[in-house]
Design a protein around this ligand. Sequence first.
Ligand SMILES: C[S@@+](CC[C@H](N)C(=O)[O-])C[C@H]1O[C@@H](n2cnc3c(N)ncnc32)[C@H](O)[C@@H]1O
Ligand SMILES: [Zn+2]
Ligand SMILES: [Zn+2]
Length: 439
Amino acid sequence: MSASTHPQHVWIQKMYDPRSDKYNDSWHPSFAKLMVEKVSPKHGDHLLDLACGTGLVTFPAVDAVGPSGSVTGVDISSGMLAQARKKLEEEGEKYNNVRLFQHDITDLAGLSEIEAGKFDVITCASAFVLLENPEEALREWSKYLKPGGRMIIDVTHPDSLITGAILEHVGKTMGIYIPYFRVWSSSPDALPRMMRSVGLEVVRTDDVQQWGGDTFVPVEEGEEQFNKAIEGTTFEGFRRDAETTATAKWLFLNEWKKRAQDGKVRDKDMVFVTIARKPDSTSTDQGEAKPPLTGGCRCGNVRYTVSVLPESYCNCHCFTCRRLSGAPYLPFAQFSASDVTWISPPESLTSMNIAEVATRTFCNKCGSPVGMTYVSNKRDISLTMGSFDDGCLDSVEDLRGSHIFLEEKADWFKLDKNDGLGRYTLFPTTQESNWYDSD
Ligand SMILES: C[S@@+](CC[C@H](N)C(=O)[O-])C[C@H]1O[C@@H](n2cnc3c(N)ncnc32)[C@H](O)[C@@H]1O
Ligand SMILES: [Zn+2]
Ligand SMILES: [Zn+2]
């Protein structure tokens, strides 16, 4: 496509073209990989990677869909795409099923090479907050999914990259163009709500850390933060003239001080990752009354239904899970708590905070472990896979999840080196464990 004069495109090219050769030297590769793992494309899937950049999602996605599937990447930055194309050329045959297009991801209708209703999975990693009109984009993207197809998108926590978040507010107050559009995403539910409003079903939202934990900046370093931030391209609008700089600095510092607690401003390391699904109209048309998933305890005292199928699974090797299950690890599937309905009376469940981080639920008669909710994330719930009724998961091809909490793995238990599953020391954040059995 020819160079676009649309302000968002001009800004994006200006921001990403010059840094494209260094872009992969960052936390982006591990985060992009995690996005692929979370949406878990299946063999044979056709995947559309929007804002594919240097291909950090694109290439791992090719491995997931295999030779019978395909991956289509779209990005506006010629610099970023050049990096992806370089890899394509280097690897030759291996990536025969990859197509890359330089195009605006908010104008898919203008990209004649791709057709609506053809994709099983759409990914958009680390780019959604760059779009001027995210809701319109979502509405268009959902047309490109097949019924039942899934979409995965991340948005930053409102306090993540806090200096930039405040500067975006300041820019909007002053009428200065800032190429970030995060203000709408003020809570973990903002993106799920937007997805529902365009007719998608939300499967779940995960909190994910990207670079190893929150940082705390002394409040008196506010001016230094401001001066450093406006040196770069993103906030160059604040350098227009001395008066603009002074006004912006005043507004920034005002907000910066308001955010301080105990003399420090927190830069939160968190993004919200949401997976949504395009409703499968054929299955609802046939009036299927049965919920997709049902389950309960050993004795039947505890029963639940879930309105969606699980989208992710994990095998927890923590000491508590091992002892409570009497097995080397406890397999769980994750859901939004709002999708789970307990049909048995509340008193059939006993809840315990055994290891502080999580509340565990058991049948009060037979003791079966059924559910677990992390204290830090009460929106989600994990259900023990052993509690699912037979037949519920027949349509799910791959039920296997990552190994988590390997730090506490039973030393006598040998992991299968070739199982191809993710391995994490603790939680499934971007921090991958290089845990392998030494036999
Ligand atoms: C932070 S990078 C993310 C790249 C890749 N998804 C990853 O996870 O590494 C953001 C990308 O969004 C692209 N982008 C932003 N706005 C776009 C638009 N309107 N159309 C196409 N690409 C866009 C940029 O060119 C850039 O490559
Ligand atoms: Zn029971
Ligand atoms: Zn555990």
